[in-house]
Ligand binder design. Structure first.
Ligand code: BV8
Length: 236
């Protein structure tokens, strides 16, 4: 790993693996979300057009389940890093859960959206949303019953890609935590960071599809690896 002293700008990417120890289903694991539902049916605009009830129920259930889970040591450690790191830090997550924020992080970029937000398909307004959408509640702005989960489905453009690419271009260190590296453009960030001269570190339960791109990989549960790594960074 590049000498700590030289590291100022950090970009962190997290995936479902960081929330696994909190009891949030991952996608590709045995019994994971993609075993329970066909991606095409629940996470594409075409699936939503074909069977909106199936999709709204899928996300209503995941939104309601957030009340039964708590942030874990990995989420809390990243909250601490945000508070105590005196360089630049961008925390990008593919997760639609709110455990990073409940773990103390205040500046989280949800590139694939959030369960806690509803998007109006009519007027494009966004609204913090804690309840269900299956009963087609009216949009608080335009009144139309056109609200959908504010998540990025396959084939849709992820959020704030310019902000992410700009930070990757300035990064001294890129760290990937709890992601299989199977979904793009997120899976390509390690190459973007390397091209900008950043050091790269993977913290994951097992080797991901992109492990070979990383300078260093540490394999184990995020709840152990992340607090250890944060302590190293802050100990300098
Ligand atoms: C787009 C929101 C145009 C909804 C999600 C290039 C090549 C090939 C295909 C493509 C390509 N470019 C685009 C595509 C198409 C597609 C894609 O990537 N398809 C794949 C399947 C091949 N991408 C898109 O459609 C994207 N849009 O490309 O728009 C564009 C192009 C360029 C630039 C801009 C725009 C949109 C994709 C977003 C879809 N929405 N989520 C919802 O959540 O329901 S994706 C969803 O699945 C997640 O957000 C996440 O991204 C992905 C799941 O991956 P992970 O989070 O990594 O979870 P997974 O279960 O797979 O792995 C968990 C890992 O954790 C494992 O490695 C495991 O070992 C580890 N783990 C488990 N427990 C622990 C642990 N690690 C540590 N500790 C533990 N305890």
């Amino acid at each position: 790993m590049a000498r700590m002293s030289k590291i100022r700008n950090i970009v962190i990417l997290t995936g479902a693996g960081i929330s696994a120890e909190s009891g949030v289903d991952t996608f590709r694991s045995a019994g994971g979300l993609w075993e329970q539902h066909r991606v095409e049916d629940v996470a594409t605009p075409e699936g939503f057009a074909r069977d909106p009830d199936l999709v709204l129920n899928f996300y209503d259930a995941r939104r309601a389940a957030l009340h039964n889970v708590e942030p874990n040591a990995a989420h809390r450690a990243l909250g601490r890093l945000e508070r105590e790191w005196d360089g630049r830090l961008l925390l990008v997550t593919q997760n639609v859960d709110d455990l990073h924020e409940r773990g103390g992080a205040t500046k989280v970029l949800h590139m694939h959206g959030e369960l806690g937000s509803a998007l109006c398909g009519q007027c494009d307004s966004r609204h913090r949303w804690g309840s269900s959408l299956i009963d087609r509640p009216p949009c608080p702005t335009c009144g139309m019953s056109a609200l959908r989960p504010d998540v990025v489905w396959f084939g849709e453009m992820p959020y704030q890609m310019d902000t992410i690419y700009a930070a990757l271009g300035q990064a001294d260190l890129f760290v990937s935590i709890g992601t299989s590296g199977a979904v793009y453009p997120a899976a390509g960030f390690v190459q973007e960071a390397k091209a900008a001269g950043a050091a790269t570190l993977e913290l994951n339960l097992e080797p991901s599809e992109g492990s070979h791109w990383f300078d260093e990989t540490r394999h184990g549960p995020a709840g152990e690896l992340v607090p250890e790594w944060v302590q190293e960074m802050l100990a300098g």
